[in-house]
Write a protein that binds this ligand. Structure first.
Ligand SMILES: *Cc1c(COP(=O)(O)O)cnc(C)c1O
Length: 360
């Protein structure tokens, strides 16, 4: 067996410890003679798995009792619609556009009400986070929406927007559990797990109880009725059982490492190694304004397409995979999520140094 350092933006690297545990339990989960993949979602065995996953997530993030935790399906992309359908009481919401995912969420919201773009960084290819200290938040906005970490562009909010008392909704797909957050500052925190937590197919929605409504529009599909999903504790229908099981293992992995404070310290250390190198490199250059850099996704360029293709190819040969940048940014991108070990980032920087010397 040989494992590469996988810098994929998603689905992405998972902790080896978790994969090994899952492997050991694959055929016979704790003496029940079957795999978690094969068991009824109504069984007490599975109930224990989902309850424990929720309890561990609540503990890790410090989720208050008046927030519901849902494990759903459909991709973050489905919930671009779920959010406005459930939260647009006045039919108005404000969106801050910091990349393609925020833009797609805004486009979706436009179908269900009046979605205002109140700030954007599209003028500079989303290479920064706009100043959100005094935005023209709409008087009747039901919520203000952000994409907290911009997976494609490598920017991240280091200060939350001033929503002027409105509810904050955040897509945290690519920075979920990368560090502590104050849940009470949000009305909804949601995201897919395939970047930083588990296999694709699971979405986690953390929503303040009082935002769940009985008076949803008729057209809202049953599966997108968050109040119903909360009442049924994510078991209205068959949930993504195996994915939830792996997420639960990752929660425990993070707890064992010391929780979200420790995770953040680890992530900061990893990112610093790469950013410090980029800041001093004569060949490579980061694409993001310094103060808005993401701890998770690090895009960089050489500025010469052939040289960049050569870099990605040779990196792959050296066991450093999935470094090609997103087509809209070009160049390279290293996603260094929670499960990327320090050694992976060190290996990448050592390789970049060598490449720089050879191609000076
Ligand atoms: C990947 C990603 C999405 C889309 O997730 P799907 O599961 O493919 O729908 C949405 N938002 C962010 C921030 C992402 O990184």
């Amino acid at each position: 067996m040989s494992r590469v350092y996988n810098f994929s933006a998603g689905p992405a690297v998972l902790p080896v410890e978790v994969l090994k545990e899952a492997q050991e339990e694959m055929l016979d989960y704790r003496g029940c003679g079957m795999s978690v993949m094969e068991m009824s979602h109504r069984s007490s065995m599975f109930q224990e798995i989902i309850d424990e996953a929720e309890a561990d997530l609540r503990e890790l993030m410090g989720i208050p009792d008046n927030y519901k935790v849902l494990f759903l399906q459909g991709g973050a992309s489905l919930h671009f619609a779920t959010i406005p359908m459930n939260l647009m009481k006045n039919g108005v919401a404000d969106y801050i556009i910091t990349g393609q995912w925020a833009k797609k969420a805004w486009q979706e919201a436009c179908k269900y009400g009046k979605a205002n773009k109140i700030a954007s960084s599209e003028d500079k290819t989303f290479s920064y986070i706009p100043d959100c200290s005094d935005l023209p938040v709409s008087e009747d906005a039901d919520y203000v929406y952000i994409c907290q970490n911009n997976t494609i562009y490598g920017t991240e909010y280091h200060t939350l927007p001033n929503t002027k008392g409105k509810i904050l909704v955040a897509d945290v797909s690519s920075d979920f559990l990368s560090g502590p957050i104050d849940v009470e500052k949000y009305g909804v925190i949601y995201g897919g797990v395939q970047k930083n937590i588990g296999p694709s197919g699971v979405q986690i929605i953390i929503i303040r109880e009082d935002l769940l409504r009985d008076d949803l529009p008729e057209y809202v599909p049953t599966m997108m009725n968050l109040k119903l999903m909360a009442e049924k504790k994510s078991l209205y229908n068959t949930p993504p059982c195996y994915g939830i099981y792996i997420c639960g293992k990752v929660f425990k992995w993070i707890k064992n490492l010391g929780g979200l404070e420790a995770m953040k310290a680890r992530n900061e250390k990893k990112a610093a190694i790469l950013y410090d190198f980029l800041d001093n490199s004569k060949l490579f250059k980061g694409t993001v304004r310094k103060e808005d850099r993401s701890l998770m996704n690090v895009p960089f360029v050489i500025g010469d397409k052939d040289m960049e293709a050569k870099f990605v190819k040779e990196a792959k040969e050296a066991g450093l995979e999935n470094l090609k940048g997103h087509r809209t940014v070009g160049g390279m991108r290293a996603s260094i999520y929670n499960a990327m070990p320090m050694e992976g980032v060190e290996a990448l920087v050592a390789f970049m140094k060598k490449f720089e010397e050879e191609n000076a």
